[in-house]
Ligand binder design. Structure first.
Ligand code: ZN
Length: 457
């Protein structure tokens, strides 16, 4: 007989699975209402157009219906069958067009011909459909009819928040994203574990630390929370970003600090399980730890997952479904999170005093002029390399590394060492960031500080 927590997590995942979530809109609200059935969740609605750090809350996306009819008039792709069939944030359209003109709007996975990929286009207005490659290949020539009944209108960005106060104001932040449509491991597993962890901690009669839970749309939701809660971030001592908690072995991505109390707690708990697991150093890519760990906030937040994002073939496809995860894995993940909480509760308030003295930055040194959250690179034309294969990906990473570590304490040689990226790529990234005024060159005779541990992780 499964434990009640295990059953409750599974019930939540089953109920939430079919909801078409995105970064805004009713799918997010429905998901927050499911959570609010079990938690005294505070739901925030932040209006479209609100400036949040370097970003703006986007228009709200609503989707009612979407399909493609083949030349015989048969519906061959139907949003009603699977919400992954539609590119998230697709703009409305009703048009007839030839297969050749339709094809650039169709996305499939040639390597996984039976699966539907997950695609979105939040910040570039376009439309598209996703389908199994086998089906794409079988579409006959001729005239197709495309219909998307969506709207992009002023509305709000919704997110959920809950604070469980403890004896101390020092906070532990747990954050998960709630913006993916029907996918189980990458999304609902993290939400289910956070939901149940919240319930457990709410029942506990004594909490030394305070616990804050965020259920936010990825990237823009975390940025919105950070923009509205700068004061609160000063109380955050430890934190974890929860995702991918329903499949294989555990994995821990360290905080930007590298050896913060949260890093020591998680790694200790993982070691004590005696089970296979992996750890890796922080990198400014991945889930919302990249926002919380931007140099202007620099929170000690790691990410405790099972198989990390992008490292399992089912990731961001229709194969990341209820068969891919298990209730038992969710329960193990919850147990592990509870053990981490226990370790933090017994760990004193030690955080990780930032070293007073640092080694002098090595190599050309810059200062990130937009250090709170990631600056929006897309509108500055700096994500042009996206999708350009490995080279494009490396260039994008170089931009993020230079932004993340240009805190005055790291030069490009330090960044090269820590990121394992070639120096010329980082120099190039710095040049591009200088051109759009996101960086400022530091004078080479800035005061030299000595000793310290930063950069050694
Ligand atoms: Zn994802």
């Amino acid at each position: 007989m499964p434990e009640p927590a295990e059953r409750a997590m599974w019930t939540f995942v089953e109920r939430a699975f079919g909801i078409c979530r995105s970064i805004t809109g009713d799918g997010v609200r429905q998901t927050l209402s499911l959570l609010a059935e079990r938690l005294p969740l505070e739901v925030h609605e932040v209006p479209t157009g609100t400036t949040v750090l370097d970003w703006t809350v986007p228009r709200e996306w609503s989707i009612r219906d979407a399909w493609v009819k083949d030349p015989s008039g048969t519906v061959v792709i139907d949003f009603a069958d699977h919400n992954l069939h539609l590119v998230g944030y697709s703009s409305p359209i009703h048009r007839k067009l030839d297969l050749a003109d339709l094809k650039p709007h169709l996305h499939s996975l040639p390597d996984r011909p039976e699966w539907i990929p997950y695609r979105t286009s939040y910040y570039t207005e376009t439309w598209g459909f996703c389908l199994p490659h086998r089906q794409l290949e079988s579409l006959p020539d001729g005239e197709y009819e495309v219909f998307i009944d969506s709207s992009l209108e002023d509305g709000a960005l919704s997110y959920g928040e809950l604070l469980l106060p403890g004896d101390l104001e020092d906070e532990v932040l747990f954050s998960c994203h709630i913006c993916h449509p029907s996918m189980a491991n990458d999304n609902l597993s993290g939400v289910a574990v956070c939901l149940t962890l919240t319930e457990h901690l709410a029942r506990s009669d004594r909490r030394r630390l305070s616990y804050r839970f965020l259920f936010v749309p990825g990237t823009i939701g975390a940025i919105t929370w950070l923009a509205r809660n700068e004061e609160t971030t000063r109380r955050v001592r430890h934190g974890l970003v929860a995702a991918n908690l329903g499949d294989g072995d555990f994995h821990y991505k360290r905080s930007r600090h590298g050896d913060a109390a949260i890093d020591r707690a998680v790694i200790g708990v993982l070691a004590a399980t005696g089970r296979a697991h992996t750890t890796e150093d922080f990198m400014p890519f991945g889930y919302d730890e990249r926002q919380y760990s931007s140099p202007g906030f620099d929170l000690a937040i790691g990410s405790l997952t099972r198989t990390p994002w992008g490292r399992y073939p089912e990731y961001h496809t229709s194969a990341d479904n209820l068969d891919f995860i298990s209730a038992g894995a969710l329960q193990e993940s919850l147990d592990l999170y509870l053990e981490v909480v226990e370790a933090l509760e017994h760990g004193g308030t030690e955080t990780d005093p930032k070293p007073q003295q640092q080694p002098a930055p090595r190599g050309a040194t810059y200062l990130n002029l937009s250090p709170k959250g990631e600056p929006q690179l897309g509108r500055r034309g700096l994500y042009r390399s996206l999708g350009g294969g490995d080279g494009g990906r490396q260039a994008e990473l170089a931009l993020l590394w230079v932004l993340n570590l240009s805190d005055g304490r790291h030069g490009l040689i330090d960044i090269a060492e820590r990121s394992s990226l070639p120096l010329d790529l980082l120099e190039n990234a710095a040049r591009e960031l200088l051109e759009v005024d996101l960086l400022e060159k530091r004078s080479p005779c800035s005061p030299v500080r000595i000793s310290g541990r930063e950069g050694s992780s």
